[in-house]
Design a protein around this ligand. Sequence first.
Ligand SMILES: [Fe+2]
Length: 472
Amino acid sequence: MGVYRIRVSTGDSLYAGSLNQVQLWLVGQHGEAAVETRLRPMQGKEEEFKVDLSEYLGPLLFVKLRKRRLLQDDAWFCNWISVRTPGSSGDEFRFPCYRWVEGDGSGKKMPNFHDSPYHPLPRIQGHTLFEADFSLLDGIKANVILCSQQHLAAPLVMLKLQPDGKLLPMAIQLQLPSSGSPHPPLFLPTDPPMVWLLAKCWVRSADFQLHELQSHLLRGHLMAEVFAVATMRCLPSVHPIFKLMLPHLRYTMEINLRARTGLVSDLGVFDQVVGTGGGGHVQLLQRAGSFLTYRSFCPPDDLADRGLLGSPSFHFTRSWPLAGFPTSLQTREQACHFITMCIFTCTGQHSSVHLGQLDWYTWVPNTPCTMRLPPPTTKDATLETVMATLPNFHQASLQMSMTWQMGRRQPVMVALGQHKEEYFSSAEPKAVLKKLREELAVLDKEIEIRNAKLEMPYEYLKPSLMENSVAI
Ligand SMILES: [Fe+2]
């Protein structure tokens, strides 16, 4: 009974509008009414109209919509529909959608539980010596590129943290000892410069393999995909955790599809120019998969397990094996801990390993994608040995262009917590998001001030540069 004011918001991306007709029904606790007005939603527009209803609907529960195709289907990207109930101080109900409406026929329901109490959340030091261990690469099959055998090493590196905060290598062993073979040599900073340089290049090449496959692809992209699939499959779109997670899953399936079809696929970039390509990369991913643990995805636990809490100079590296992903969540605290882990993996964890690609990988000798000669077993390397070991011109060019494409600051990005979709419509969650944004702005400023004092600024966890999802 009375005049309802309805607003319909259409996305601003290309083709978000539709030439098909859209009809709405308002569904309340006490009845349902068809809205006479037919819409032809326009890209980037908010359309507003009034409807005078004679029946009493009671508190609104749903907006039902039906898109009718005419000659052809024209998909519509609906942001949201809002309805203000009759009276000068009528309540406004916001029904978030943020998805494509395709086809025609059956009515689509857009319920709004208004984040209501009826649907509560489910019960669901001072170390100075470090070791960098790349032994996961031991025994991995090396690539053969254009009939030329490539080579892999499995280095162990001893590093020392100096009082000035620099972490410097003290000793490098490139291969694990094996019975029946002489013990592999230990390379030292006091070795001839080219010998020490070549040993360091080998470590950096091993780091390329583990960084891209274990830290970036597996622990970033593929884990985020697990969260995306689980969220889409298991939660209804009105579930608060669905709404919470969705901004952090944007474009993850798309970019992973590209990785599967262009990077790690048969004849993809790994096969073409990377030492672990040609099957070794799959072997390495499988091996690394058995090292995925719940605690290693939760930074406070991970740092504690690795004895790194309180370390004065620490940037993210890789983790150690433990067990323990929960199979069910019994308390609110457990649910919060788990969802924090999911969101951090999609944002901070991924950014910490993604953003460095441009800085560290475009200078190929710093992180060679493949090595063309076997690891040295003697200490007589020359500049010629180093050059004959490093990637050739073609391999280096592809490494540079790929890492530029992936690692550059993306022209279109959504920074952490800055998504414009409003999945939550009530005041309380909106206030939480507002507070988060204020805290992120303070953190951004603090990092900026800290970076101004550093010779080499560390920006990979700066909120304004961090993607809100695994989108690239
Ligand atoms: Fe990435």
